[in-house]
Write a protein that binds this ligand. Structure first.
Ligand code: 47U
Length: 331
């Protein structure tokens, strides 16, 4: 079995996130969810979510699904690294993405969500694609959609082909050779504590020399920006006239009129180049001449994060085989 589903940019002015249509239950209820390789909970806005915290999101109503079953005595509560979070109860139900159906998927219904989720009406929940060890359901942790689907997939993989301000795809169970150029370079994955953690072999700014330095970080499809060590990020922004690391805005900002250099990162003996345009993330406010950078320092996060700004420059294979590996190709 294999499947394909679109990764649609939320607010194509700047790619805050990407959402993918899924159906849950019988008859099928459609929601648009943010697929997240940086977490492992599948949670949705629901008929249980506090009305004051719902603002236009589609919701899943288990009481309207003949195949929904309450997972009695189970609750969940998740806190993301950016401080956002949600919590609630758990059902199992039929869950379909791009034609691939898992018949008894744990669907975590939100009773409460934090303000950043309430304010993003285009995101109706998350599908965790990290390792199931990170799942927060208590007292028994639940499996991700990918872990449940793996055995029925032609190959135990999924791929991310995210695009700059355009619709991309998530493929499940196969590798689409038409989606990339050259070869895929596979790297080992550290699965503890449960992220897709890999080590990049270095970086270059623009057409500058390559700095061979190991950078261990997570591939995170639900994080908009890319957060790397301060030394790397300062050497990048030093090349941009007028760029400053603003306490006020919480990161590097620069004149929107700047022509940004590209950023190249090593994957084994190969490399991926992020065009400068992808690193011009957004104006700080509508119409402002000051823009916020897509490449920011990871100091204070305790982890380096290869978020959408980096991922959208590549074709990425999340290989759930034994052992798991992560594949990178140019496109
Ligand atoms: C900003 C940040 N710090 N740390 C440690 C991490 C892991 C992040 C990224 C993050 O929180 N991503 C996120 C937020 C909401 C929903 C899904 N993913």
């Amino acid at each position: 079995e294999k499947g394909s589903a679109p990764a649609i940019p939320v607010d194509p002015r700047f790619d805050i996130a990407y959402v993918t249509p899924v159906t849950i239950g019988t008859p099928p209820q459609t929601l648009y969810l943010d697929f997240d390789t940086g977490s492992s909970d599948l949670w949705v806005f629901s008929s249980h979510t506090l009305a004051s915290q719902v603002r236009g999101q589609m919701i899943y109503s288990p009481e309207k699904s003949t195949t929904a079953k309450l997972l009695a005595g189970h609750t969940w509560s998740i806190r993301y690294g950016d401080g956002s979070g949600s919590l609630g109860n758990v059902y199992t139900d039929n869950f379909t993405v791009g034609g691939v159906t898992v018949t008894s998927q744990a669907v975590q219904t939100a009773q409460q969500v934090s303000t950043s989720f309430t304010s993003e009406s285009d995101i109706h929940g998350l599908v965790g694609l990290g390792f199931s060890t990170l799942n927060t359901v208590y007292p028994n942790g639940q499996l991700t959609f990918f872990d449940n689907a793996k055995s029925q997939l032609d190959s135990p993989v999924f791929t991310a082909d995210l695009k700059w301000k355009k619709e991309g795809t998530y493929d499940f169970g196969f590798i689409d050779e038409t989606k990339y150029t050259g070869e895929i370079t596979y790297l080992p994955v550290q699965t503890d504590p449960g992220y897709w953690t890999f080590t990049s072999s270095g970086y270059a700014v623009g057409d500058g020399s390559f700095n061979q330095v190991s950078i261990s970080g997570i591939a995170d499809t639900a994080t908009s920006l890319t957060y790397l060590p301060t030394a790397v990020v300062t050497s990048y922004w030093r090349q941009v006239e007028g760029a400053v690391n603003s306490q006020y805005y919480g990161g590097y900002v620069f004149p929107c009129s700047s022509k940004l250099p590209s950023f190249t990162f090593g994957v084994g003996s190969a490399n991926i180049t992020i065009p400068g345009s992808y690193i011009n993330y957004a104006q700080i406010t509508e119409g402002s001449p000051t823009c916020f950078g897509g490449l920011q320092s990871s100091s204070g996060l305790g982890i380096n994060i290869w978020g959408d700004v980096a991922l959208k420059a590549a074709f990425v294979v999340f290989n759930g085989g034994n052992p798991p590996t992560i594949g990178w190709a140019r496109k």
